[in-house]
Each structure stands twice: as C-alpha cells, then as structure tokens.
Design a protein around this ligand. Structure first.
Ligand code: RNT
Ligand code: ZN
Length: 417
C-alpha cells in the first residue's frame, strides 16, 4: 500500500475522530507505550529446552503438527525477533523456566539458578526487550496431578524449592533490566475424579505459597493464576478463582486472569473493576478459548475488545500487564504470534478511541438510547486508518502485507527445520 494513501486516510480519520472529541494522536501515543508480554512458548508448542521430546503434561495441550517449530534456543530467539519485527511498538518476552539456557546439562527444576538465564538477560538487553518469567510445574516426572499441593512431603518440597528459585531468577532479570520482572505462578494441581479432600489440598497450596513468598524482592512482582479445569483433571482444581482471589487479596499479590480459564459465558472483562479494588495490579493472559481452554490464537473478537475497553474505562493502563497465552501448533507459529499480538493491539486502540466522556455523560443523564447509538456508531468509525498509520510510523508491515513476510520467513527459515 502506498504511504501517501495511508497518510491521507489517517488525516481524514483524525478529523472524523476530532468531531466526536477524540484526539487520535493521543490514542497513538498511549498505544505506543503499551507493552505486550509475548509468550515464548508459542514458538515451540510449550516444549522448552529441558526435556527435548518429552510430553506436555499438566492438563494443557498444543494440538497440530505444523512444520517448523523452534528446536533450540537460537531458533526460538530468531523466531521471536522475526515476530516482533512485524508487531508495532516495543514488547516484552515472557519466559518459562524450562526455556533456560542449560547448555546441555541436566538441571533439575529444584536446581535452577539465575545463571541459567544469563544469556537470556544479555540477549534481551541487546534486543531492547524486557523479560517476564514463569515457574514450570508441568512436563516433569514429579508433576503428577499435584505439585505445590501434594501431601507427599518430598514432592511438595521439590516444587516449593523450584518456585522459590524461580523468584530469584525473576529478581535477577528485573534487576538487570531496571524494570520489575512479572513472575506468574500457575500450577495444574487438581483431580481427575471426585476428591474427598478439597480442603486438604487447598490448605497445602496456601501453605506452600506462603513459604514461597517469604523472601521479599524489589525487582519482581508475583502473580497467581487460577483455572477452571485441566485435561485429565476435570473434577477439581486446587487453585480455583476463589482460592486465588482470596489469596492475592489477603497477601497483596497480583491475580492473573487467563481469558481461557473461566466458564464460557463468564465475562473476564467484568472482573477488572472488582479485582483492582482489592489487589494492586492485574496480569492478563489473553487467549481464545473455543469451547474449552483450547488456547487458540487471540483475535479481535468481542471478548478481547471488552477486556481492552475495560482496561481503559477503569483508567488502569498502568496497572494491567498484558501477556499473551495461546499455543496453536496447527498453523505457522510466527504468523500466530503476529496475528494475536496485533489483534490485541487493535482492540486496545479501539478502546483508546472510545468517546468515553460523552458516553459517560449520556449514561449519567439517563440517555440510554444516545449511549447505545454512539457505542454502535463507534464500531464503524475509521479506526483502521489510525491502526495503519500506527504500523507505518513503527516501520512494521501495514495491513495484510505481513502475510507475505511470514511466508518468506517460512520458505527461507522454518520450512528447512
Ligand atoms: C495453563 C495456563 C498457563 C500456561 C502457561 C504455559 O492453562 O494458562 O498460563 O498456559 O504457563
Ligand atoms: Zn495462562
């Protein structure tokens, strides 16, 4: 597409938005500052570099066998940079513990140290990317159905040690980058069939978490992520939504809302304004559940739009961390990164272009018709021209031109793996 055409369209859009009291330049500036935390695990179907070829366990699944997944740390880094080159703005990378640079050594989970992530810290600095982190309780011989909530003392201690060490890794990352590393804690703990010990496991998890969080750090922030159920763990999840809301609210921790971790008709967007009253910040795992927590690639659907609008309506841009969490192994994986990231950014842009002041006036005046009419009209305002301009200014492919770019990378790089 010709640059002049994009700019011309933007000038028209700018005027059109100005007519409803919206400054598109302000929206663009805000969008520029929103950093997504790109999930490293989309590049290799959550395999990591520890148990090459090992099965993905813990009730999650990456389905599909599209060729070209990253097989080692170099390939993964190359893929992430390629994806980032097609996503406007500057973003973060979210690592799981199993993606450490173990240099061929067997480093068990209770042995992990910041040094195993030194090359990531260096790489991130070179590439102007900040890092976030996750402990990894799945895909391990000691994972089973219970990790931090395991009544077996040995197994529970193992995972407590792992998670404590992960916090130390996150602290090292945060310190090195001069910006807090957000560490997410999700454990799959649950039961396939009816359990008569719901309380016992939750007491154990609560106690494990208290022990894990004993050390106070300055350069990392802790998040806890709930879930409804995992595959093979359908009857009970120790770390349910209620469990973690209570935990986080009483301990000043951050709740991670994964958009695939609630009942299908539950609105995740609606949770922000409640959580933000009682917990300091919120972490998001933006995903796309299709009938279950299927982790399809995020798209610009009503769920994602509602979520982004709520962030803006709650005036919480500085308090909500936006991470992505999906793993589709059935399509080009770099393309999947780009689609999901850009879709999330488009939703954020639409949220930033909302004539909130007028909408709120209507609402307070009891003008329900006017509110609904303006909300509907906003859907067809020329936000696409603002998006194109944003991409152009960021030097990334505009519109569908990234398709050819992904295809080229596939021909030259991923198809040869
Ligand atoms: C699983 C959780 C969790 C994982 C990642 C890999 O249901 O969403 O966040 O997807 O940690
Ligand atoms: Zn998640």
């Amino acid at each position: 597409m010709k640059e002049e055409l994009i700019e011309k369209a933007y000038e028209v859009a700018k005027e059109r938005y100005a007519a409803i009291g919206i400054d598109t330049e302000e929206a663009i500036a805000k969008l520029q500052n929103i950093q997504l935390s790109l999930h490293c695990w989309q590049a290799d179907d959550v395999a990591g570099f520890e148990n090459q070829g090992g099965d993905l366990t813990g009730g999650i699944q990456a389905t599909g066998n599209y060729p070209g997944k990253a097989r080692n740390i170099d390939e993964l880094r190359q893929d992430v940079l390629k994806a980032a080159s097609m996503i406007p703005g500057n973003h973060r990378l979210n690592l799981h513990e199993i993606y450490g640079d173990f240099k061929g050594e067997v480093v068990d989970r209770d042995q992990v140290e910041p040094k195993h992530f030194q090359s990531w810290i260096d790489w991130a600095k070179e590439n102007n990317m900040k890092l976030d982190f996750n402990s990894t309780s799945f895909s391990h011989p000691k994972s089973g159905s219970l990790s931090l909530a395991n009544p077996d003392k040995g197994i529970r201690e193992f995972w407590i040690e792992h998670t404590k060490r992960c916090r130390a890794v996150a602290e090292a990352m945060g310190k090195a980058q001069g910006d807090p590393c957000i560490m997410n804690l999700w454990v799959h703990d649950g039961s396939k069939d009816i359990t008569v010990n719901r309380m016992l496991y939750r007491e154990l998890l609560k106690d494990s978490l208290d022990r894990i969080f004993e050390v106070k750090y300055e350069n990392m922030k802790d998040c806890v992520e709930s879930k409804v159920f995992g595959i093979g763990l359908e009857s009970y999840t120790v770390g349910s939504n209620d469990f973690y809301i209570g935990y986080a609210a009483s301990r000043g921790k951050i709740v991670t809302l994964d958009t695939g971790h609630f009942h299908p008709t539950e609105s995740v967007a609606d949770k922000l304004s409640s959580l933000l009253l009682y917990t300091p910040e919120v972490m998001l795992h933006v995903s796309r559940p299709v009938r279950w927590d299927s982790d399809h690639v995020t798209i610009m659907n009503d769920d994602t739009l509602d979520l982004c609008k709520e962030i803006v309506r709650c005036d919480a841009l500085g308090k909500v961390h936006i991470g992505l969490d999906y793993f589709d192994a059935s399509i080009n994986r770099i393309g999947a990164y780009v689609i999901g990231s850009r879709a999330t950014q488009k939703c954020m842009l639409l949220a930033l272009l909302e004539p909130l002041k007028t909408l709120r006036e209507y609402e307070l005046n009891g003008q329900g018709f006017e509110r609904l009419a303006l909300l509907e009209e906003c859907k067809s305002l020329p936000w696409g021209a603002v998006w194109d301009e944003f991409c152009l200014r960021n030097g990334v492919p505009v519109g569908e031109s990234f398709i050819a770019e992904v295809e080229k990378y596939e021909t030259e790089v991923t198809s040869k793996r």
